[in-house]
Design a protein around this ligand. Sequence first.
Ligand code: ZN
Length: 244
Amino acid sequence: MIDASGSTWPELESAWGSGKIAVLAFGAQEEHGPHCPLATDTWMANGLATRLAAELDAVLLPAVPYGEAWSTSGYPGTISLSPDTVKQIVMDIGMSLKGQGARALVVVNGHFGNKNPIDLACRDLKRHHAFPVLCLDYPGLEEAAKEVCSSEPAAPSFYHADEVETSIMLALAPACVKMDKAVEEYPVFPSTFGSEPIMLDSICRSGVFGDPRSASADKGERLLRIVTDRSLSIVRDFLERARG
Ligand SMILES: [Zn+2]
């Protein structure tokens, strides 16, 4: 693996020349309850991106530490980019990579709000610039959570500052998690949730969705292993398809 942050340009020239792909974590600066840091999504995406880059012998790009976090912008500390900015960041990074002769880009998305703009950028890069880009949104996490975790998610496939995210943080950055501050909260979602823009601080006091209290580093490691394996298999299929 080549960590682009600490590399020189000749090292990158030779990496692209030998056909290495780039891996980019796209995170967020967003509330994660009273116990997890604001950069939780960036830590998590970067943790997965680092493992993928190592297994694929790829180039790990510096993570993007902000994302589209409108729905949690009512909590102090959340900093939100517009969807256009998120899309443009992926476009600009993709075009830079293409210009240098990189083979392909894998984006590891760590935050729900980034998904649509990243998908649009991937489409644009492929359709109009013939540059292969893949976006991973923690594939396999729902099955992994059912297998590994004991608490119920606050809503299907909705993991936020709960046992899933807290466990992964305990595996990746235990010193950043304040377990003595962890609380349980299961907000009541209005029937219009998903159909109407809703600020999450209007339905959830703590910013925790679910129950993080039984989180552990061991569970986080198991979750990461399952998601890493599923991601690797998708990336390998993607590279096969890109080869044509
Ligand atoms: Zn998160």
